[in-house]
Design a protein around this ligand. Structure first.
Ligand code: PEP
Ligand code: MG
Length: 587
């Protein structure tokens, strides 16, 4: 019996972040718990009240622990967001009302607490006061924690665990992922998700092996189980046998030898065999990735995703705080530059710190530059911070989700206002900062000739461009097979953008995940892109790929690919060249 419990079992999913790890699993349950009503016998009421008190004490301890951890990791300012949460656990009115309900209705404490908290949230959200509305989010968060403690389930926040572990959850949001503790979380697996969701992108940035899209995994595993995660093939192995463990030890050592060898080309230029220099820069999501960027051998930052500064907090960062982050990035990237992308909130990235509308289709809704144009004060604060940071290095601005020239002009008008505000305050800033755009909507591709007249550069966001062009949700594992970077439509679009840019003498980069996929580098070089920007962890691999390719051969490959009508065959064609030129990193 015992033996069969320990027998090895494999689960397959979508590999999203490479690496191998083995540790105990921590299963995080869904946010919304089923809260059943139970009638409590009068004799049992004291015990029910005692359960409530213990849950409050446990939740308070949990919050204090997270607060301390955040304070030591990123500073007491950020940690103070938990002050509001702590106030909720100590709120006498709320506690008294729950106690009254338990006694009067003789109901179980989870049910009473949920009812009272919901009533509070409903009343608060109707009040026209931003401070009180923010308290709704605190109450919701604390309610979930208290209920989890009452139900005896592990806290959702992995911070509470002090041993190395692998997180398994139905879903992790980008903000959950941004909070993962790199030293304790050895890997994660989720039931939903896909390769270009922001959660997956964040896992690669943090270099945490990750697998997504394994339906039913939470049911099949129990916290404490021994699992191995293989982020290369997308496999989770429960109770790995000694043979499996030995095989993976061999794979891990082989992979680390490759990483070591790639380290040797760190200081070399990303120039092709036939002497064509491709600018190779890094994508940065969090400020603490700046060291990784500097060590990767990248030529600066090609995409700084600023929205992460707005996540996991109650109030948005002000101009001053943002200025400090951007200045640090500008200084760290020297002698190279930083392309700071303005706030791309919405889609799969939401935050309590901004009032984002509830939408049916958030990826098609008030996202990115649309949100900024509707919230000009937030936009101007960010632009002022960037303009100021631009006096400390080569800093450029990039607007996300531009769909046409009108939007670019509107954003530039706000930029001019921001400059005027700084001038009026007498604060130094860079008045001639370069402004480029992300090309990630099909409409932007089709009017790239218009946009090229007024943008200083294009950076193709293939993650979104693919989802919007093929109409396939980038985060949905059920249709992940349709999400195809080598779809003939995508190749044509990239080619159109490059042509429009060249006609106006501006450069084109790619900063979507396609830029980091070395199997596709032959296609991107052949299509004529001038810059590739990828997560720091993969920069050395992309450099190796660039250094091993011949652009004239890549152009010939693209000529062939553009005549093909099948995405899989195009991928195969590119993969063949990749394997021929740099087999070591192509498998
Ligand atoms: C993209 O869409 O390709 C991109 C780089 O932006 P993000 O992944 O942040 O949406
Ligand atoms: Mg995008």
């Amino acid at each position: 019996m015992e033996l069969s419990h320990r027998s090895e079992r494999r689960f397959s999913g979508i590999p999203v972040a490479p690496g191998i790890a083995r540790a105990a699993v921590m299963v995080q349950w869904e946010e919304d718990e089923e809260i059943a009503l139970r009638i409590i016998a009068s004799d049992d009421l004291p015990e029910e009240i005692a359960r409530f008190e213990s849950a409050l004490i446990a939740t308070r301890a949990e919050l204090l622990e997270i607060q301390q951890r955040i304070a030591s990791a990123i500073g007491s300012n950020d940690a103070s967001i938990f002050d509001a949460h702590l106030l909720v656990v100590e709120d006498r009115t709320l506690i008294d009302e729950v106690l009254r309900r338990i006694e009067e209705d003789r109901c179980n404490v989870e049910y009473a607490f949920h009812q009272v908290a919901e009533k509070y949230c409903r009343s608060l959200s109707q009040i026209d006061d931003p401070y009180l509305r923010e308290r709704v989010v605190d109450i919701e968060d604390v309610t979930r924690r208290i209920i989890r403690n009452l139900l005896g389930k592990a806290p959702r926040n992995p911070a509470a665990h002090d041993q190395p572990h692998i997180v398994v959850a139905h879903n992790l949001t980008p903000s959950d992922t941004a909070q993962l503790n790199r030293t304790l979380v050895m890997g994660f697996a989720t039931e939903v998700g896909s390769k270009t969701s922001h959660t997956a992108i964040m896992a690669r940035a943090l270099e945490i092996p990750a697998v997504v899209g394994i339906h039913g995994l939470c049911q099949d595993l129990t916290s404490g189980d021994d699992i191995l995660i293989d982020g290369y093939t997308g496999t989770i192995i429960l109770n790995p046998s000694p043979e499996t463990a030995a095989e993976y030890a061999r794979i891990a050592s082989q992979k680390s030898q490759i990483v070591e060898r790639l380290g040797l080309i760190r200081e070399t230029a990303s120039t092709t065999v036939d002497g064509c220099h491709i600018v190779l820069s890094a994508n940065v999501d969090l400020s603490d990735e700046l060291d990784d960027m500097a060590e990767s051998g990248a030529e600066g930052i090609g995409l700084y995703r600023t929205e992460y500064l707005y996540l996991n907090r109650i109030a948005p960062p002000d101009e001053e705080e943002q200025f400090e982050h951007y200045r640090r990035a500008a200084e760290r990237a020297r002698p190279h530059g930083v392309i700071i992308r303005t706030l791309d909130i919405g889609g799969d990235k939401s935050t309590q710190s901004l009032h984002l509308p509830e939408e049916q289709n958030p990826f098609l809704g008030c996202r990115a530059v649309r949100f900024c144009l509707q919230n000009p004060e937030i936009f101007r604060a960010q632009l002022r911070a960037i303009l100021r940071a631009a006096t400390f290095g080569d800093v450029r601005i990039m607007y996300p989700m531009i769909s046409g020239l009108d939007e670019l002009r509107q954003a530039n008008a706000v930029l001019e206002q921001s400059k005027a505000e700084l001038a009026a305050r007498g604060v130094p800033f860079h008045p001639y900062i370069e402004v480029g755009i992300m090309v990630e909507t099909p409409s932007a591709v089709l009017v790239a000739d218009h946009l090229a007249r007024e943008a200083s550069f294009f950076s193709i966001g293939t993650n979104d461009l693919i989802q919007y062009s093929i109409a396939v949700d980038r985060g949905n594992e059920n249709i992940a097979h349709l999400y195809s970077p080598t779809h003939p439509a995508i190749l044509r679009m990239i080619g159109m953008v490059v042509d429009a840019a060249r006609a106006r003498g501006i450069w084109t980069g790619v900063c979507g995940e396609m830029a980091g996929d070395v199997l596709l580098t032959p296609l991107l070089l052949g299509l004529g892109v001038d810059e590739l920007s990828a997560t720091s962890a993969v920069v050395p691999r992309v450099k190796k790929a660039v250094q091993s390719l011949d652009v004239s051969r890549c152009r010939e490959l693209v000529r062939q690919a553009l005549e093909m009508d099948d995405a899989a065959a195009i991928a195969e064609l590119s993969t063949r060249m990749a394997r021929e030129c740099y087999a070591e990193i192509a498998d």
